[in-house]
Design a protein around this ligand. Sequence first.
Ligand code: WT7
Length: 647
Amino acid sequence: MDNSGTLDSLAQELRVFRPLPQLVIEANVNPQELEAFRRQAAHDPLGYWEEAADELDWYKKWDRVLDDSDAPFCRWFPGARCNIVYNCLDRHIETANKNKLALIWEGEPGDSRKYTYYELYREVNRFAGALRTLGVKKGECVIIYMPPLPEAVIAMLACARIGAPHSLVFAGFSARALRQRIKDVEAKLVVTADGFYRNGQIIKLKPVVDEALVGGSADCVDSVVVVHRAKVDTDMQEGRDYWYDDVVRRERPESPAEVMDANDTLFLLHTSGATGAPKVVSHCHGGYMVGVHRTLTHVFDIKPTDIFWCTADLGWITGHSAVVYGPLLAGTTTLIYEGHPNYPQADRMWHIVSKYGVTIFYTAPTLIRMLMRFGPQYPRMHDLSTLRLLGTVGEPIGPETWLWFYRHIGRGECPLLDTWWQTETGMFMISPLPISLLKPGSVTKPLPGVEVDVVDREGASVPPGKGGLLVITRPWPAMMTGVFDPSAKAGGAGRERFAESFARFPGKYLAGDVAKRDEDGFLWIEGRADDVLNIAGHRLGTAELENAFRAHPAVAEAAIIGVPDKIKGEAAKAFIILNQGVAPSDELILELQNHMRKELGPVAVIKGVEFRDSLPRTRSGKILRRVLKAQETGESPGDLSMLEDAD
Ligand code: WT7
């Protein structure tokens, strides 16, 4: 990269970074090829995605590429049959990849395990057999509530192999949140661990599952499989709970992959929407596999010798597409780490990069901001010369963090790929390739086959330099296949919640972000436009947080806004009206923060609580969060008004 400019000055969003000539020569997709892909995709998008699909193995090919006769509900590759796990594992063991590392795991205490493609294949088959033995059938859902352990990856792949949709719940969620999620998807089985290491301590996990299932409160669950990680005392309920090692020991290392319809569900994932309770998003075997494979191999320029480390927890979409499915489809080596990024000190991430020779490091701005605080002496303690590409996702990175990451981790030589996408999109949507020109803080341009626009409230494209709503204007293969509102299961709410995103501008998917395009057509993401907070790259709905607050006996009314946070990007601030007769106090604030932890788990970080006698409202009684936000940040309240009701 051209790093001749002064990296110290930060007022340089305008500076363009170019890839080193050697990198352009070696790239899988060079600038001419990228242009050709773009032209092909613009002219014949279905042909473009069909070629991408042809790179994978299918039991039966599609009748057509896209059925959009029931738009916005799309079916990609209708008539096709496949199994994503066949493409992640079976396909590779027929090739020279058989004995290549598929998975490297580093435990927080420094222990480590490695699986070749063949070993992972055998282990996944064993667990797939165990799931079948325990009575899990095609179409029945399995909850995976686990820390980053190899068995979590194995469980995901084993579920997919037998056609049982998996649903991961981040281990930072509380028993109550877990119970709700189990019930939402009517899970038959839960996979968990006795506990895990985090920041030098053992966190027990199995008791949280016991609490979630207490007294048959989620009686859809027949069995719980427990991985013996922390070796702590664990209560096991006879007839319900099984040790992982016991159930796999008796299984054979061969277990055929279920032949799935391309549109059969691969997984379900909860995420926060603009309204109400979290929604459940589903992805399928076929289109998801095609979209993720094509975009990940393009963006990260996967080479046979790569060691790919995406630091996301498995419980988010990033963990699905960029830790498990994408890297394994691409036949590369994926790395997972169990513990805290600062344990035992602030160089742990860099120690892991040098220990395994990581070549691609993909993370979130919040992690970089946290590590930046400790200074560049920590990365300097290690040899980071194996790194060739950096990536970021989850929230706007901003030029300052971009430049620190680029210089201190990437030596000013590694392209920094800022990828924009979502749980709903499944695959990367807007991102540079290693050969692209980069502007610090810009996600650059949509990938070939992806079409986006920035529009005003009437849906008309806005000119360069003006902010607007980001929309996706054409279907893409990894798009969600369903969005369910679990709280309203009766009455076809799944279709409504899906259609919600296409309702405002017919035919266009409303992403929920504010964005702007510059004179060169580069896109800049400015943040969420709706009532969704992005705390350290994790989505939390204001409605969800407010409901949890209201469940406390002292609280009459609650309004949540996002406020800027140096490390987390955004944090939640609560405005609370107390019930008559309840006196505000510091103890009450602490109690409310603990209450939120219990309701939702440590993911719900409440930065401030302020007591009010009243809250600003519309005439129809809706709380005007943007007014609170304007009071808090001093911004004009009109800024984010685009999604508010006219009244
Ligand atoms: C929201 C989606 C996809 C993995 C992580 C989050 C924000 C995502 C970027 C980026 C600026 C970004 C958006 C988006 N976001 N990537 N590169 N730059 N903002 O997935 O939980 O579904 O959240 O994350 O606001 O809408 P998610």
